[in-house]
Ligand binder design. Structure first.
Ligand SMILES: Nc1nc2c(c(=O)[nH]1)N[C@H]1C(S)=C(S)[C@@H](COP(=O)(O)O)O[C@H]1N2
Ligand SMILES: [Mo]
Length: 204
């Protein structure tokens, strides 16, 4: 039996439903760090998030303003395209949906480009980024998100591969057309559903 099969079998042995693990993934207890380039550092008060593009009322929030908004603290599994999955991670933040309601999304807006520090981008549909668990997160397991994991603020969209969850997010741009973000231009899938194994361009 190979590593992946042993790992999957280990789940059942521990009473965890193996169906939670998408095809081709293995469960890790660690929290791997994955990104291109440098880790940005923010002094308190420097960070901001803009909601812009096809909205009636674009606005920008500071970290303090974000933290004043109604928050949710969902627990969910995350799945990286490099094949690790981590179960039962708990994040606190504001639903992207709530921010978009405040901005007044225009009818023609169907897609969102997440823009992060240093030019990292990832594209996602409006439907995927407005689900219950899609949040602008500022805490992980009750603590401030570590800088290496995207602190002070990152997107978390648990039902898609984790590259769709921009760390150090600075702008959410509402768009009428879908265009490839950073990894999507470099061979990754436009949608990225782990249960359909939409890893590479054209999968699924
Ligand atoms: N800004 C930024 N966000 C990013 C990335 C990146 O390179 N830059 N990598 C993505 C990828 S491929 C993954 S798997 C997750 C990893 O998040 P983690 O380091 O907290 O595990 O961040 C995603 N968000
Ligand atoms: Mo990833």
């Amino acid at each position: 039996m190979g590593f992946f099969e042993r790992n999957r079998k280990g789940l059942a042995d521990r009473g965890i439903d193996p169906q939670r693990l998408p095809p081709g993934q293995y469960l890790t207890e660690r929290f791997p760090v994955l990104h291109v380039g440098e880790i940005p550092a923010y002094a308190p008060g420097e960070w901001s998030l803009a909601i812009e593009g096809l909205v009636d009322n674009p606005f920008t929030l500071t970290l303090d303003q974000l933290k004043e908004l109604p928050a949710v603290t969902p627990t969910f599994d995350i799945h990286c395209v490099t094949k690790w999955s981590k179960f039962d991670t708990t994040w606190t933040g504001v639903r992207v949906r709530d921010l978009f309601e405040r901005a007044g999304v225009q009818r023609k807006a169907k897609y969102v480009m997440e823009h992060a520090e240093f030019g990292y981008t990832t594209n996602i549909s409006l439907a995927d980024i407005t689900t219950d668990d899609a949040i602008v997160a500022y805490a992980y397991e009750g603590e401030e998100i570590e800088q290496v994991h995207g602190g002070p603020v990152r997107i978390v969209v648990p039902h898609l591969y984790f590259w769709k969850s921009a760390k150090w997010v600075r702008r959410l741009e509402l768009r009428d057309t879908d265009s490839a973000g950073f990894w999507e231009r470099n061979g990754y899938n436009m949608h990225g559903d782990p249960f359909k194994e939409q890893r590479h361009t054209g999968d699924g």
